[in-house]
Design a protein around this ligand. Sequence first.
Ligand SMILES: NC(=O)C1=CN([C@@H]2O[C@H](COP(=O)(O)OP(=O)(O)OC[C@H]3O[C@@H](n4cnc5c(N)ncnc54)[C@H](OP(=O)(O)O)[C@@H]3O)[C@@H](O)[C@H]2O)C=CC1
Ligand SMILES: CC(=O)C(=O)O
Ligand SMILES: [Mg+2]
Length: 669
Amino acid sequence: MISATRCTFLGCSGLGGSGNICGGQRRGYGPWRVTCMSPINDRNGSVVNVMETPLKEIKKEAVVEDVDDNPISGGGPRDVYGEDKATEDHFVTPWSVSVASGYTLLRDPHFNKGLAFTEKERDAHYLRGLLPPTTIPQETQVRKMIQHIRQYQVPLQRYMAMMDLQERNERLFYKLLIDHVEELLPIVYTPTVGEACQKYGDIFMRPQGLYISLKEKGRIQEVLRNWPEKNIQVIVVTDGERILGLGDLGCQGMGIPVGKLSLYTALGGVRPSACLPITIDVGTNNERLLNDELYIGLKQRRATGQEYSELMHEFMTAVKQTYGEKVLIQFEDFANHNAFDLLEKYRSTHLVFNDDIQGTASVVLAGLVAALKLVGGNLADHKFLFLGAGEAGTGIAELIALETSKQTNAPLDEVRKNIWLVDSKGLIVSSRKESLQHFKKPWAHEHEPVKNLLDAVNKIKPTVLIGTSGQGSAFTKEVVEAMASINEKPIILSLSNPTSQSECTAEEAYTWTQVIEPACIFALKFERIFGSTLTILFHFSQGRAIFASGSPFSPVEYKGKVFVPGQANNAYIFPGFGLGLIMSGTIRVHDDLLLAASEALAEQVSEENFEKGLIFPPFTNIRKISAHIAAKVAAKAYELGLATRLPQPKDLVKFAESCMYTPAYRSYR
Ligand SMILES: NC(=O)C1=CN([C@@H]2O[C@H](COP(=O)(O)OP(=O)(O)OC[C@H]3O[C@@H](n4cnc5c(N)ncnc54)[C@H](OP(=O)(O)O)[C@@H]3O)[C@@H](O)[C@H]2O)C=CC1
Ligand SMILES: CC(=O)C(=O)O
Ligand SMILES: [Mg+2]
């Protein structure tokens, strides 16, 4: 007799499976799902590999003898699996063996096409009567859905409508997202995903992703096996401690891995079934959540030290055991006191990537390289000042230094001297070195202490100001004006997310950096000769800032000119970067791969973009951009001997494109 614990497995799924393995009367062909609600333990208690066990045998094992005399069946269907006959002392296997057809097919988001099922499919898959008679193509469904989404004025409602669609009809969700990427990115991603995480307890309908909490310690591999998909290629994992710039949201951080993985598919073409969102719940230090009866996570303070690292280690080991060497693990929104250590600990044994440290660095470097075409000079000619010296700040700083060092052949320590960071205690200077966290130490240059950002701008005189502090409005008018007084075209990047945490808005960046037109410069010269009375002739007309932000801002119209702010967000990099690693079978991430991704992105900024002042290409072309990034990353991985998919494809861009998931519906036999 089979004993069982609660669990689900996908016995067989995909298109065109043969009907006979289900043993039912229906001889349908098409989208199969054969499920048992538990892993099968044999008589000795070992888990049977159901993927290799003929269904006939599993069923034979599950049948309880003499079921026909069970009075409870009352002449209805036979109690084939013995649930009715079983007493409280019996173990039963919660079987659900079905072909993904009929009602089940409509409720399976992987296969559901809604009204797009053709007449033939409706007959072949027992759908007749389960749908209204009309048939509409996917394109029409997309038009209908976008109108539906637009009806909601509140972004969170749009987010919920999108999540609902993802759970009903996956291909329609991705088609909609790809076709309307600029409009929908702010909904499924920053800024709205931030609000969704804050309110996750309230809007929570159905669990998404996999939750691994302290309760699962010692059983993490078992939990991974509960996930219905087996061929996982990318995991995005968070412990919810630094969700965007919103702080510790504990278990509610799940919105982030779910959102990031939606982008892996929509922007990078990784199959949805190969993506696994995971939240590690070690508690939260967020008092509001701890006191909230609707909070969905563990109601305890965060585990730290050995307890934390043991759980993470078990997780990392279990992932590799379950999915192999080549599964990509993307760390997302961990607090910096864990993020750097986890990356350091696992970078030589696992295929790991920290998006906040490495992905952000790669995207910002790309933006800076592109910006040089507008402002002139090389990286080495510029001076960088960061507000925020955590994951994003020091990650970007290090990649700028690495690239500058490669370009100039100067030692890393030397080029770092052009890069300055301010944290919550002021400018990072050598006199603070002893008390600094290890990732800040390389940036502790010789300088007198400086307490605030404005003084730092005035003293350091940067050409580039980058906000990675998570502090909304930290770039005050005085700070931005100081940048404008030092530079003809100040580069100002407000990277913090969501929008509420942006260091300044696009409008502020442009209006606080007004240009003095030629006529006015003339007036200025006169002023020097004749005194201050001529200052009234100044006619300010244009913003001079080259601006980009982590969360999107709408174009700004100012004195008749439209300024289009770019979005400096790691979403440009990680989907293509991940695709490049996956398609080449790369086993480790190397800094040169980040540089390759960065170069690939910078190359995609067109003259037309530059004319608008953009230092990033628009997201509308993101799948093309991702294919390009993937190709460059893969090429570098082959060059470094890190790629295992051999032989190397001749045309890597074409190969990347051919690997990309497209959400067009498939025809079912
Ligand atoms: N656009 C993008 O693609 C990305 C954006 N981000 C955003 O960047 C922000 C920071 O993320 P991350 O680096 O991971 O966070 P961290 O917590 O690692 O770093 C935050 C840094 O900001 C500093 N800081 C906090 N408050 C102030 C203040 N009032 N004045 C000066 N410095 C301050 C902290 O100082 P101290 O060290 O002294 O505490 C710390 O150095 C977040 O909002 C995040 O959303 C992150 C990744 C990607
Ligand atoms: C974009 C991103 O990864 C962050 O804000 O954390
Ligand atoms: Mg992040």
